[in-house]
Ligand binder design. Sequence first.
Ligand code: ZN
Length: 562
Amino acid sequence: MRIITDFAAIQAGRPVIEAVRADYAVIHRAFDQANSSAARLAAIREWDRLRDRLDTWLALASLRFEQDTRDADAKAERDYSDSIRPHLTELEVGMKRRLIAHADRPAFEEALGAHVFRLWESDITTFDPAITADLEAESKLEARYTELMASAKIPFRGEELNLSGLQRWTVDADRDTRHAAEAARWAFFAENGSELDTIYDEMVRLRTAMARKLGFENYLGLGYRRLRRTDYGPADVARYRDQIAADIVPLAARLIAARGKALGLSPMMAWDEGMGDPSGNPKPEGDANWIRGQAAEVFANLDPRLGAFWQVLDTRQLLDLEVRPGKAGGGFCTSFPTHGLPFIFSNFNGTMGDVDVLTHEMGHAFQNWSSHDKPISDLRWPTMEAAEIHSMSLEFLAHPHMDRFFGADAERYRQQHLANAILFLPYGVAIDHFQHLVYSSPEATPAERHAMWREVEGRYMPWRQWGDLAHPAAGGAWQAKMHVYAAPLYYIDYTLAQCCALQFWDRAARDSGEALAAYVALCGRGGEAPFQALVAGAGLTSPFAPGALGAVAERVALTLGV
Ligand code: ZN
């Protein structure tokens, strides 16, 4: 059942743990007393509805804090959700354990699919009541990082900017402006560098301790299970990183060199790399509100299903797009499962990135919307690497309509977006490789971690020159990546998905109708299968397959003339 309503009408009462325990007791009793598979499945559905109510409340509590990190009430609610979450996980894991071991499992699998049981088998290894306090401490550390980042008040050109607001100056057409903006940005990180080291150090130690309490050697085993990776492991990821180093890094180096040539800059410094061409990066021709209006046309012209869904988001206030003081950085899509409605959060700042984020988060939102009717809530979102295919592919599928945002600069946008997709891959795997090094040697000192970053930066971005920016030059650049702190081991997912999105780009260039149909069908599958099965089902080559990246790299090189 989907209840289409305004955002303001989506409410969820703050759960009290005793009441939730009582709800669980009722469900367990109904499950025990059931004398048929149908009756047991009814109890499972009741459990799922309870999880929907709790997940909706958690999503609201988290969103309101991100919308204004200075709001004391929102902060209190978020703190409360941090404290209650481990208890909710404990209850949930208890139910999953019962279902996995139950004699009636074949009937459950018949109704819900077998995949959800593989997910639960992964989930139950990631929790034990012994780590309850650790989980709470981990959430608090993550909130500390978010608050520290959101607290940035960086004086620049007579304004006081937060990190998102400063971003647009780092891609300014004027080189001195870019350098000054990067210098201001890294000065903030240098100033808070030891606090950022301390937060991360505590996180690494805490995560390692949790992993060991659960019987893992280090956090890598636990981290993969938490991300519900059921069809590949660290060895596959390591081989994939090697493929990126072999097939993508040389292409990325040629792209950087070509940019340098076009810009007349040698060497290309770190603050020049984001510059696509001498005319400066294309900018959307209006502000957040204008983009919102254009988006309605873009999505309607792309596909009537996307157009109709955008109308729901727009008219129901399920969008928070513009940058504001106190608002947390970044962009994301969340959802309110009691209503079957997603929500898009972003920080539009007048750069081409606004359009990337718009089409990206729209992809997530559309997938969630399309997967609402899955037999159990676990299947409404796929695992992260599969979820990012929906978002990153839509960035490419929307290419033919970019004139609505960029006018005469649409072709320049397409070229730069494609080049940026390639340049992202080495950075993305560097972030991943760094974390594998960190969690393999959890006793390393902060200084040793900075050396680890320099090592991976040299391997995947050998062209990178930081010049006089001392903090990143000394190996501190990873501190600006939120995912390193708040979403451990997650970043590789974007790169795996990008390799799939580039295949959609290629297909759409040959037959846009075919590509769009395959895309919509993939969104409709949600999370009913693991990553590589979803990929194969959509006619894509798995990024883990030997030689998977060479073909698409060649096509990109041809298109961009490098
Ligand atoms: Zn995403």
